[in-house]
Design a binder for this molecule. Structure first.
Ligand code: 5AD
Ligand code: SF4
Length: 438
């Protein structure tokens, strides 16, 4: 057996892709390892969304180079691969900057890994594949032979045609593409047979899912009929694609968890316009209202960018106002980061770093306060929890609430893989403590 170490950065789709790469390499004799030291193959599955994320890759590659040299001294060989969105965006630049890299493969061509590895083994040198091939990656991937736990991810849609002016995704993941419903349903059934009890449907624009006359709502209805599949989620959504049928699915499908990640990015109409989001802050407020009408216990999460070019104090205040009005259970917020090739990176009115930092701190303080308040509001409530793994203490198990909060329960170790009612006894900053309900 050869040891394969995969390090994943970025979004949940990268987590899914990493698992699929491991599936793909298993027939070649590669078994997963939990450290890069001594591994025969190391894959960095990278993220290009912000500058910081992309830079981590080069510092990691520096460390890997030393491990590779150490292994070579012992007469072994470590192959280093860069996959994911940095691979797609930077291609050859990566091998130029770091000669220890053997292989660069983009997110739409990783099904070609086995032949790339064979090519290098045969004739040495480096291999690079960053096209958007005409053949379907998903057709070429082997079926899953295992799941990591009862909560599984399933990519149903990839890419983006929306071209928000800050974002690299249309360039790294390509145009919008939806997998055929039959393929998705087969994969879901298989995941359930392998032990999944919850499936999160993934897509950069998951609610833009469209294949033949299938929509995301229709797909969710079909998935809800799979025996043994207790919970469904989907992420990430664009406000423009929150269609009536999808909102109705939140009312009609008990399996669909009452939690929605719906990024708004900014609360200012001028900034939303400059971002090319194609909706106003009020459009977003109305969508939130309608989803909450459909499912009153629904909790919301979002992404925010502060310091987008041209953002005034007033624009930022509009974001703070929107956050106060909507009320989030959880959220991610980032300083605007210039990404090569995107329209906003060329804008003249870039915001100074100190202003970005001050705005981010203010926004994060408000969001943490809301998250803590949401946690507190769960105290005394009974929530359904899917137990995912053992906790740190003997007999303890950790699961997730409908709202994705980690929930720690004593004496529940035997319940991993099951959904149980849990009464929340105490909210901690990032998790809940509960007891099994009688
Ligand atoms: N700068 C900062 N944040 C960004 N995001 C995407 N592109 C950028 C950028 N250039 C954030 C958005 C998106 C999340 C995944 O990352 O908020 O929703
Ligand atoms: Fe990062 Fe976006 Fe690529 Fe995911 S799709 S890895 S978030 S750049």
């Amino acid at each position: 057996m050869k040891a394969l170490y995969v390090k994943t950065y970025g979004c949940q789709m990268n987590v899914y892709d990493s698992a699929r790469m491991a599936d793909l390499l298993a027939p070649l004799g590669y078994a997963p390892a939990d450290a890069a030291e001594g591994a025969d193959m190391v894959i960095l599955n990278t993220c290009h969304i912000r500058e910081k994320a992309a830079e981590k890759v080069y510092s990691e590659l520096g460390k890997l180079k030393k491990l590779k040299e150490a292994k070579a001294k012992d007469g072994g060989r470590m192959m280093i691969a860069v996959a994911g969105c940095v691979a797609q965006a930077e291609g050859e630049e990566i091998v130029r900057r770091q000669s220890a890299v053997d292989l660069v493969v983009g997110p739409q061509s990783y099904h070609r890994l086995p032949e790339m590895i064979a090519r290098i083994a045969r004739s040495g040198g480096q291999a690079l594949e960053t096209d958007f091939p005409v053949e379907d990656k998903f057709d070429a991937l082997p079926v899953q032979t295992g799941v990591e736990g009862p909560a599984a991810f399933l990519t149903v849609q990839e890419g983006c045609d929306k071209f928000c002016t800050f974002c690299v995704v249309p360039y790294t993941r390509g145009g919008e593409f939806s997998r055929p419903a039959a393929q998705v349903l087969d994969e879901a059934r298989r995941l359930v047979e392998l032990g999944a009890r919850e499936i999160t449907l993934l897509g950069q624009n998951v609610n833009a899912y469209a294949h033949d006359d299938w929509t995301l709502a229709r797909l969710l209805h079909a998935l809800a009929r799979i025996d043994g599949l207790a919970r469904l989620r989907y992420t990430t959504s664009h406000p423009r694609d929150m269609t009536d049928d999808l909102i109705a699915a939140h009312r009609d499908l008990p399996q669909l968890m009452p939690y929605l990640h719906l990024p708004v990015q900014s609360g200012s109409d001028a900034i939303l316009e400059a971002m090319n989001r194609q909706h106003s802050a009020d459009d977003y407020r109305r969508i939130v209202e309608r989803v909450r009408e459909a499912r009153p216990d629904l909790a919301l999460s979002s992404d925010f960018i502060v310091g987008f070019p041209g953002e005034s104090d007033k624009d930022f205040d509009d974001t703070m106002t929107l956050v106060r009005e909507v009320g989030y259970a959880q959220a991610f917020s980032f300083k605007y980061s210039k990404r090569p090739g995107t329209p906003a990176s060329a804008a003249r009115k870039q915001i100074p770093e100190e202003v970005k930092s001050a705005r981010l701190a203010a926004l994060q303080a408000l969001l943490s306060e809301q998250q803590a308040a949401f946690g507190k509001s769960c105290e005394g409530r009974t929530l359904c929890v899917l137990f995912e793994k053992p906790g740190r203490r003997e007999g303890q198990a950790v699961g997730r609430s409908p709202y994705l909060q980690p929930v720690h329960v004593e004496g529940a170790a035997a319940l991993i893989g099951q959904v149980r009612d849990v009464t929340v006894v105490e909210a901690q900053p990032n998790s809940l403590k509960g007891v099994l309900s009688q």
